[in-house]
Write a protein that binds this ligand. Structure first.
Ligand code: ADP
Length: 259
């Protein structure tokens, strides 16, 4: 039993060794508890889409539908759930690699105006489908930072996906501003917002403001945890401000690179 505590009888070297062993035992227990919780969460997250897949495959196999349209609808659900499963697996892979310090990022000169423009282009269709307006306010002069362009897009796309997903009407805007030493990047939406007492938890893995609400929107619950880790790897910070029914702003702050 690795977590057994030892009695400390003296304050000499043997005593401090006993203290060190007890400290290690506590760390080990914490690690084990958090790993167990992580595995329980993963099982739960994977179970839901799999249940849907099994259920609707059964419906189709048994012919439990009235019209061709209804059948197509069920096939659509299967396709969506398979996609979600794929995303959860990819996100889990990224997150565990990062947590074990095995994900390395490139360090190149990156123009954040270009990254934002490219991300905007990628989510345009999704925003249009919901009737949302997307706006980019680029920075003048060019906002350069050191970073990994693919990972920077991943951060931005996670934030933009959320902004679009949790906004019913209005707009989503990205603003890039340069300061002497820093580059600020804000993503603002006019969506449902996040209650103030839950703001500090949204970067935790699998945390969702309203369990069923987010599930219905199809997220993995890992997007912000991954974004926060990647931000950290860029020596940057991420903050969130939000007001319920008014909207949410995520702010990224990067050290500025002056070429
Ligand atoms: P998910 O995949 O569920 O979106 P995330 O880690 O990306 O997981 O986000 C965690 C939770 O934070 C979401 O489930 C949602 O409740 C809340 N959230 C994130 N971004 C926004 C936003 N722009 N507006 C409102 N709620 C948000």
């Amino acid at each position: 039993q690795l977590e057994t505590r030892v009695e400390v009888h003296s304050d000499d070297e043997v005593g401090s060794l006993a203290h060190a062993i007890n400290h290690m035992a506590e760390e080990l227990k914490r690690y084990r508890d958090s790993r167990n919780e992580f595995i329980a969460n993963i099982s739960h997250e994977l179970k839901t889409p799999v249940t849907y897949l099994e259920g609707y495959a059964q419906v189709i196999r048994q012919g439990w539908y009235e019209t061709e349209e209804e059948k197509q609808q069920y096939i659509g659900i299967i396709a969506d759930e398979a996609k979600r499963l794929n995303r959860i697996i990819q996100d889990l892979f990224d997150l565990t690699k990062m947590e074990e310090g095995q994900l390395s990022i490139l360090s190149e000169q990156v123009d954040m105006n270009v990254i934002c423009q490219s991300c905007l282009f990628k989510v345009q269709h999704k925003a249009e489908q919901k009737g949302l307006q997307l706006q980019l306010f680029p920075a003048e002069p060019h906002p350069y930072i050191w970073g990994d362009p693919v990972r920077l897009e991943q951060i931005m796309l996670n934030l933009l996906d959320n902004a679009i997903r949790y906004t019913k009407a209005g707009n989503v805007s990205i603003r890039v501003t340069t300061r002497t030493d820093h580059i600020h990047l804000t993503i603002t939406d006019t969506g449902q917002g996040i209650p103030s007492d839950e703001l500090s938890y949204v970067f935790e893995r699998f945390y969702r403001v309203e369990k069923s609400r987010s599930r219905q929107y199809g997220g993995s619950g890992l997007g912000l945890a991954i974004a926060a880790k990647l931000v950290d790897m860029h020596q940057a910070t991420i903050d969130v401000q939000s007001q319920e029914s008014i909207g949410t702003t995520f702010t990224l702050t990067f050290p500025r690179l002056i070429p």
